[in-house]
Design a binder for this molecule. Structure first.
Ligand SMILES: [Zn+2]
Length: 117
């Protein structure tokens, strides 16, 4: 956390009773952490909601997406797109308000062939 032993690691101000410091850097860091938590919840929600028999997302991919959330929240990358297995893809990006948007996209491909008689 940004407050260690009652002292803010950013501004050095003494903060009592485990309270959070209100300086610019500490506030900014808390916002980034909140963004990551929210985006990680989105990842869990989107990829846990699998119906039985549906492709199960390997945990390594979930971990990768959560790592991407961290990078996006810290503004190290703007967006990331991932093609999971050709049928499922996902993108993580910051919207104009600075919130992280996690998108899951399923690609369906149906072909019906009608033979001539
Ligand atoms: Zn501070």
């Amino acid at each position: 956390m940004s407050v260690k032993d009652g002292v803010c690691e950013f501004c050095g101000q003494v903060v009592l009773d485990g309270k959070a410091c209100s300086c610019y850097e500490a506030t900014k860091e808390r916002k980034i952490k909140d963004k990551i938590i929210e985006a990680n919840n989105s990842v869990d929600e989107l990829f846990r909601a699998c119906e039985p028999g549906e492709y199960e997302i390997p945990i390594q991919i979930i971990d990768l997406l959560k790592k991407a959330n961290e990078l996006v929240a810290n503004e190290l990358i703007k967006s990331i797109k991932l093609n999971i297995n050709g049928l499922l893809s996902t993108s993580i990006a910051t919207d104009t308000k600075g919130a992280i948007k996690v998108n899951r996209k399923k690609v369906y491909s149906d072909t019906i062939q009608v033979d001539e008689r």
